[in-house]
Every structure is written in C-alpha cells, then in structure tokens.
Design a binder for this molecule. Structure first.
Ligand code: ZN
Ligand code: ZN
Length: 281
C-alpha cells in the first residue's frame, strides 16, 4: 500500500491552474491512498524579478508582475479553501483528508503567518524556501545562468538552515532539494556529495527541532539524503508528490518508499502515519 500524499496543490494554490481538490480526492481513492493533505501555497515574499528573467517569464506569470517589478503571489483564500475541504470530506468519507498550507519563507513573515494560521484549522503545515536573498534582493529560480551552481545550492541550504533553526510554526520541511529542479545540464548530474556538510547541518537542526523531513517527488529525494536524515537522528519522513494537478498524486511513491526503507525508515502503526526511523542495528 502506498503511503499518504502529504503535499498536494489544488485550484486554491495560485500556481495550480490545472488543480482540482475534488478530482484529486477521486484520484487518491482510485490509487488506494489512505490519506491526502492539501497544502496550498501561502507565499508572502514579494520577489524581485531580474529583468533578464522577466523577459523569459511565461505570460501567465508576467501578468502578475507589479509596476515596481516585483512579483506578489496572490493570498490564499483560507475560508473558501477550508469550506472546500469540508465538502470533499463529505463526498469522500473513506479518505482521510487533511487541510494544510505550504508556507513560503515563514521565518521572514512571522505576523502574516500567524494571521493566516489563526483563520482556521490547518492540519499539515509545510515550511518551504522558495526564494533567496542575493545581493540585497529577493529572487526566485536561483538564477543558475548567472551564478555558480554550487554557490546557489550553498546559499539555499544556508537559508533552509535559518528556517529550520527558527521557531516558525511548520511541522514538515518541504523539498530540501528545491533548487535541484533548476540544476543546469551543463553542470552534469546533481550529486549531493559535495554539499554533505551543508545538508547534514540542516538535517541536524531539523532533527533538533522535532520536525519531519519531506521526500518530495518532483525531483525524487536522493536516497543519500534520506540516509543522512536517519544518521542525524531524524524521527519522521513524509512523502509528498507536490502535485499541481490530479494526475501527479503519489507520483514515484513506489521508488521513494523503497529508498526510504533502505535508508532505515518504515511505515507507522496506522496507514495514515508518518514513516518512522528504525533503530540502528
Ligand atoms: Zn514548494
Ligand atoms: Zn508545493
């Protein structure tokens, strides 16, 4: 049996035009998933879009640019979103449906995060770094064409470390490998090895905080990083498809669960539990 999908976007996320909560539930039931978490985006950072990046933006995204050149993702309509969760729970009583949100840089936006979480019950809160402060400006997509790839990975992990060390109210660290999605071909296949110290520092901070690590499926989390998580004392691992449309629910979960098992994690007592560490033999 596949584990729960702990990271799914629907029509309530600003970047999921093809999302659908109802069809995602139907898909989860068809796949036999015990549970699904709808972790809609709450991004509060106004990104500075580099003029060269702006020229290459998709029309859909460039339409959201403000006159000052910043990109402000629209807010999550929490009340309408949570009402949709309630409707889906009635329609799919056999599926355990968690409400949730994916907070972008929650350690930068304490007040806004507090305000959002006070508007309702969010069962699953993910913490994500989607943007970096480089040379005094906040940028997305990490400008791999403008800087050394290794420098950007280190800058990303340094920001994730600050988020993991913070008291920001998230329970699961999402996509520790997010910039790898944009890793340039010219740099060869991505290998976490050269960044071992930086990854281990983040994982140790996360373990100290009692939070869980996500194995995100967009780029399947490296089995090496899963093993480092176990060695750091990490207690829990959560699988997340990061689906932005129903067809991507639970993608690559069979491969990722096999890797997690080899790294020393196993399912909990209930099918909807996080996976937990096995003690070192
Ligand atoms: Zn994300
Ligand atoms: Zn996401």
């Amino acid at each position: 049996m596949l584990p729960p999908d702990g990271h799914v976007h629907t029509e309530w996320s600003w970047d999921a035009a093809a999302g659908s909560m109802e069809r995602s539930c139907a898909r989860a039931v068809a796949l036999g998933l015990p549970s699904i978490a709808f972790t809609e985006h709450a991004d509060f950072t106004a990104w500075v879009i580099d003029p060269e990046v702006r020229a290459k933006m998709r029309p859909r995204d460039s339409a959201r640019l403000q006159p000052d050149g910043r990109f402000r993702p629209p807010p999550l309509d929490a009340a309408a979103y949570l009402a949709c969760v309630r409707r889906c729970r009635e329609m799919f009583p056999g599926l355990r449906i968690l409400s949730g949100t994916e907070l972008g840089e929650p350690h930068w936006h304490e007040e806004q995060v507090k305000g959002l979480l006070a508007t309702g019950t969010f069962d699953r809160v993910l913490g994500s770094v989607h943007s970096l402060e480089l040379a005094g400006t906040r940028v997305v997509d990490f400008l791999f064409d403008r800087a050394e790839p290794a420098d950007l990975i280190r800058a990303y992990l340094a920001e994730v470390f600050r988020m993991a060390e913070s008291a920001a109210p998230f329970a699961v660290l999402a996509h520790i490998d997010y910039p790898v999605r944009h890793w340039p071909e010219r740099a060869g296949p991505f290998d976490p090895g050269p960044f071992e110290d930086e990854y281990r520092a983040v994982l140790a901070a996360l373990a100290r905080s009692g939070r869980a690590l996500e194995a995100n499926a967009a780029v399947p989390l490296s089995p090496v990083i899963m093993r480092w998580w176990h060695e750091a004392g990490g207690e829990a691992l959560v699988f997340g498809s990061d689906a932005h449309d129903p067809s991507a629910i639970a993608r690559r979960f069979a491969d990722m669960t096999a890797a997690a098992d080899a790294a020393g994690f196993h399912p909990g007592r209930h099918p909807h539990d996080f996976w937990h560490r096995r003690p070192v033999q």
